[in-house]
Ligand binder design. Structure first.
Ligand code: SAH
Length: 345
């Protein structure tokens, strides 16, 4: 049986009409699915019992469930989700003041094998369906209200996987989460983070993508980057820069550059100069990310290297933020998502 969330509103209307139901039921059902996050027909209490049974006989829900929650001493909570076929992904809630940011996954595992990232060691299993991306948001939103007394205010596509290699499902999940008839989150509160898939970035530009876009650059020396981020070989700097310039032209966006500070690899003043040059063709904001320990053997940059790096960029009038990590004690921080942690709910 098909998941009711995988058919279009038009198909649902057609089904309802064929079964002697009224057209307006579509909007009611859609509201249950995408605004209230229903995962059973039984809870759709404004539908007749007969209609609920009819739906039950023809459709199913491929349910996503929270398997485990681990909470950090800083309030960050990491979730392990089990999908309908037993695959698992992780999501993270990060509270700060009135804000709650949800970090969600776009794929089961990841194919890209960036040397410093724990997710890459899992390999790639499959893409998430848009309903599975939506489920992470919806389930964590309920949790956020309980844990922090606030709904999710921001979403970052920075969990497991590469969002631009699951383009359609990611786009559809953004559409659903921002839909006025659904949760209605503002696109400006959503950030899609990519390792740098040039073709995908161009597609975002052509599709008039409204959310923020972040590039996980981490190194502005092409050869050095390609050794630790092999995706650089098929998406070289010229292609990336062209795509980012095009995105800026089409959408007026300032691109966020994420830059992980790794001791002795990318944290010299010369590296900062290369970063400055890489960013010349388009306006950027730079987030320097503290490296989170994984089993990969890299070390984070010492504070003085970070300060020198920042001083150089600021001397070039670049906007730089230093991002301290959250949730490290529970392996919930960037690059640590790999299904570790044993605490059960
Ligand atoms: N594939 C997308 C989405 C993942 S975002 C992307 O690459 O942007 C996860 C972010 O955490 C990326 O910027 C990634 O490079 C970064 N990261 C990976 N390993 C890390 C680590 N050990 N410490 C800190 N950040 C890390």
């Amino acid at each position: 049986m098909e998941d009711i969330r995988h058919i279009t509103a038009e198909q649902l209307t057609e089904f309802l009409l064929q079964n002697g139901e009224k057209k307006f039921r579509t909007a009611q059902i859609e509201e249950w699915l995408w605004k209230r996050g229903a995962l059973t027909f039984g809870e759709m209490t404004n539908l007749s019992v007969a209609l609920r049974q009819l739906l039950e006989q023809h459709f199913t829900f491929q349910r996503t469930a929270i398997e485990r929650r681990v909470q950090s001493s800083d309030g960050t909570a990491k979730y392990l989700f089990t999908l309908h076929d037993g695959c698992q992904v992780e999501g993270v809630l990060i509270p700060s003041g009135q804000r709650v940011t949800a970090c969600i996954s776009s794929q089961v595992g990841c194919a890209l094998k960036c040397a410093f990232c724990a997710t890459g060691t899992l390999g790639f299993t499959r893409n998430l369906h848009f309903s599975e991306i939506f489920d992470q948001y919806m389930l964590m939103n309920r949790e956020a209200e309980q844990l922090y007394g606030h709904a999710i205010s921001n979403i970052v596509y920075m969990g497991m996987g590469e969002p631009l290699l699951n383009y359609e499902n990611v786009m559809e999940s953004v559409r659903l989460i921002t839909a006025p008839a659904g949760p209605g989150l503002s696109p400006s509160r959503i950030t899609l983070s990519t390792v740098g898939i040039a073709e995908g970035i161009r597609r975002l530009a052509d599709d008039g993508f409204k959310p923020e876009v972040a590039l996980s650059l981490h190194c502005a020396d092409e050869l050095k980057r390609s050794l630790r981020m092999p995706v650089t070989r098929s998406n070289n700097f010229a292609m990336l820069q062209d795509a980012l310039r095009y995105l800026h032209e089409k959408t007026g966006k300032r691109i966020t550059i994420e830059y992980l500070m790794l001791k002795g690899w990318n944290d010299s003043v010369e590296d900062a100069r290369k970063l400055f040059r890489f960013c010349m063709p388009f306006p950027v904001k730079i987030n320097l990310i503290e490296y989170n320990a994984t089993d990969s053997g890299y070390e984070k940059s010492p504070e003085e290297n970070v300060q020198r790096f920042v001083a150089f960029l600021e001397s070039k009038n670049m906007v730089v933020n230093i991002r301290h990590s959250r949730g490290q004690d529970i392996d919930a921080a960037c690059g640590q998502l790999a299904k570790k942690g044993e605490t059960r709910l």
